[in-house]
Write a protein that binds this ligand. Structure first.
Ligand code: IPE
Ligand code: IPE
Ligand code: MG
Length: 264
């Protein structure tokens, strides 16, 4: 089925050209079934290395990509966008790369806060903040607070996030609540456990995209991805355009999801 329903010309995404480069919602009938897209933004390092540049240049390019992907989401029916920016395992990298990434996150927030707010994007962070520096933690909290009432798009940034770490932290709090008698063991259900996760406010992802050709999950949304569709693209993250993103999302909207029921 074509996502540009009733249009014979083409099924591909076509942004309007021109100075303001607006995406025309009235030309697109956004699908309703891919509302939450999560992305493992991978390949920044290789993008830079292939050009003989330092890895941090790739990370900078990668951060620039985020803007146009965020911008297009509402036009293609995506209400929740979750971006994997830094994993609990990424601390294993060289000190200079980690420091460069942390400074990039600070600069991203400072540079994009106003624009995100004007575009009515609500920003939230998931992951363990305890290991992040105080300045970054404060900027994250300010951005969450500033954008708290926005409803156009829900952007979640996973920073020092790991699915196992999230589950471990959740179970620790749940164990405390059980020990203190606030929660009875028989009240622990899939739904109630979900409320102990960082993602308690999010619906499960419908689609998880990973760029750069790697076909693994790397500790991303382990609990939440139970029935997510996956899309792996060889494109490196800094080369992943809004058009490519829209094509992947709209392509995924035609897949049949069965959630365990019989095919047919
Ligand atoms: C993803 O790009 C960004 C982060 C993990 C922070 P990489 O830095 O993993 O890029 P590659 O995989 O080395 O090319
Ligand atoms: C996953 O990418 C983490 C992010 C994109 C933030 P990695 O590059 O860290 O994953 P591995 O090491 O290839 O599994
Ligand atoms: Mg990588």
């Amino acid at each position: 089925m074509c996502w540009r329903q009733n249009r014979k010309k083409s099924c591909r995404f076509r942004p309007r050209r021109g100075p303001e480069r607006k995406f025309v919602t009235d030309e697109i009938i956004p699908p309703r079934n891919v509302r939450h897209v999560a992305i493992i933004m991978d390949g920044n390092g290789r993008w830079a290395t292939r050009r003989g540049l330092p890895r941090l240049v790739g990370h900078r390019k990668g951060a620039e990509r985020v803007r146009e992907i965020v911008d297009i989401c509402p036009d293609i029916g995506v209400k929740y966008l979750t971006l994997y920016a830094f994993s609990t395992e990424n601390w294993k990298r060289a000190e200079a790369e980690v420091a460069g990434l942390m400074s990039l996150f600070r600069r991203y927030i400072l540079r994009e806060a106003k624009r995100l707010h004007e575009n009515r994007v609500r920003v939230r962070f998931i992951g363990d903040r305890a290991r992040l520096d105080q300045k970054l933690i404060a900027l994250m909290a300010q951005l969450e607070e500033k954008t708290a009432k926005n409803e156009h798009l829900n952007l979640t940034i996973a920073l020092n996030y790991g699915g196992r770490d999230e589950l471990t932290r959740a179970v620790r709090v749940l164990a405390e609540d059980t020990a203190s008698g606030r929660v009875a063991p028989e009240d622990i259900t899939e739904e109630s456990l979900g409320f102990y996760l960082d993602t308690r406010y999010l619906p499960d992802p419908d689609l998880i995209i990973r760029t750069s050709g790697e076909q693994r999950v790397s500790n991303f949304l382990l609990w939440q991805s139970a029935y997510a569709e996956y899309e792996f693209t060889p494109t490196l993250w800094p080369d992943f355009t809004a058009r490519a993103f829209a094509d992947v999302v709209l392509g995924a909207s035609t897949r049949e999801r069965r959630f365990g029921s019989a095919a047919g």
